[in-house]
Design a protein around this ligand. Structure first.
Ligand code: C5P
Length: 402
């Protein structure tokens, strides 16, 4: 139920805008109320009259309207809601949100709000896949913006792919779970590792891998959004620090282990980092020189500590729920099952990182969750959606064990 919850719904200009009166109706049926801001482009797809009738309120559309501003200014609009929902969130409005543009009532309100924001993206598949949109999505997600959808399917433009707005019933479910979830990890301490590690060869060279940190960062953001006191220990990435987490930047596996041990005790730990298994045995104190005619010096390696395994064997300091990842290229589930036991963790999220899957460094993931009961196959999801699904499963498990 959404009893007494106030939703500020921002309707931007996409064909999916025609579905928003249904969303307003569903929110009302669940006990909530909706106030609507409609952009000029949104008004091409759904009328203010329709949205006004279903919400039972004025529809706001003009930043410079004297009557609207005196009646209900954009600052007040942005502050009096419990949740701001942008549906459909177009590529254009997401770009404005990511860069902080305030060119109309919708974008100005989004810049002025201090309330949680949820977006339901909707756009053509190529616009969705464009690097600019994906980068904006990362920025918004790192700031703690919640996502619902998009879905895969036929598009109004005749193409097929990712970019359809989530159905109103699904958006309503996301709004309901947002209100249920926002305090569900209150009082819990979480530790997340993310990114690659850099293992120094000399002061300027290092061994690393292609991990982007997207999955680990998204998990930390999702746990923090649910109220967990979250420490994110990350190797070097190009990502912004997620909102609301205690961030610890590290370089090597040994730094990462130290930072993780300092972050204990934790109720939850998720090891999503792609930690280098090996490091150069001796880090040269000065830059190694290439001398004419001389063969390259052999690089001898030492084994790095296994952070997940160390946490799994930490006795009374072992996190209550310990979760690892397994990037595999073959026999994905079988190897993950073995890994769960050998590392002493509770769950393994296994994913196929074979060439062509695009998982390593990409934006999507196909997860097989292995726990003591068996295997759960998840559909292909964005890494942000994987993080939300994992956070929900963590909450359900902790609540069931209480
Ligand atoms: O052994 P493998 O690298 O496949 O194990 C993957 C899991 O173990 C991931 O959760 C990863 O974060 C963790 N790991 C670790 N320290 C290492 C190697 C892996 O925490 N040195």
């Amino acid at each position: 139920m959404l009893t007494d919850k106030r939703i500020l719904l921002i309707v931007a200009g996409g064909i999916a805008a025609y579905k928003t009166p249904e969303l307003v109706r569903l929110i009302a049926k669940a006990g909530g109320s909706t106030r609507v801001i409609l952009t000029d482009a949104g008004a091409q797809f759904v009328t203010p009259m329709t949205l006004g009738s279903v919400s039972g309120d004025t529809v706001y559309d003009d930043l410079f309207s004297l009557t609207e501003e005196s009646d209900m200014g954009h600052i007040q609009l942005s502050r009096e809601a419990d949740l701001v929902v942008v549906a459909p969130a177009t590529a254009d409005l997401m770009a404005k949100m990511a860069t902080g543009l305030a060119t109309d009532l919708a974008s100005t309100t989004l810049l002025a709000t201090d309330k949680p924001v949820m977006i339901a993206p909707a756009m053509n598949v190529r616009m969705w896949e464009h690097a600019a949109t994906q980068q904006n999505l990362q920025t918004l997600s790192a700031r703690g913006v919640h996502m619902v959808g998009p879905e895969e399917g036929d598009m109004a433009c005749g193409e097929y792919g990712m970019g359809r707005m989530a159905e109103p019933a699904y958006i309503l479910a996301a709004i309901q779970s947002f209100f249920q979830a926002s305090n569900r990890l209150m009082g819990q301490r979480a530790l997340v590792t993310s990114g690659p590690t850099h293992e120094a060869i000399d002061p300027v060279r290092y061994i690393a891998n292609r991990s982007s940190g997207k999955q680990g960062h998204a998990i930390a953001a999702a746990l923090a959004a649910m109220g967990a006191e979250t420490t994110l220990v990350s190797g070097p990435t190009n990502l912004p620090d997620p909102a609301g987490v205690h961030m610890v930047h590290v370089q090597s596996a040994r730094n990462m282990l130290d930072a993780c041990e300092s972050a204990l005790p934790a109720h939850i730990a998720v090891c999503a980092a792609a930690v280098a298994d090996w490091r150069p045995a001796d880090e040269a104190a000065s830059k190694m020189k290439k001398l004419p005619g001389e063969a390259p010096a052999p690089l001898s390696l030492s084994e790095n500590p296994d952070i997940l395994r160390t946490l799994g064997a930490a006795g009374n300091k072992r996190p209550g729920l310990l979760i690892g990842f397994a990037a595999e290229t073959d026999s994905v589930v079988e190897n993950a099952q073995k890994k769960r036991l050998s590392k002493g963790c509770d769950w393994i999220l296994a994913n196929d990182v074979s060439a062509g899957t695009g998982t390593f460094g990409g934006d999507e993931n196909v997860i097989h969750l292995v726990d003591e009961h068996g295997v759960e196959d998840w559909p292909r999801l964005s890494k942000i959606a994987v993080a939300q699904k994992l956070a929900n499963r963590i909450v359900d498990t902790l609540e069931a064990s209480r």
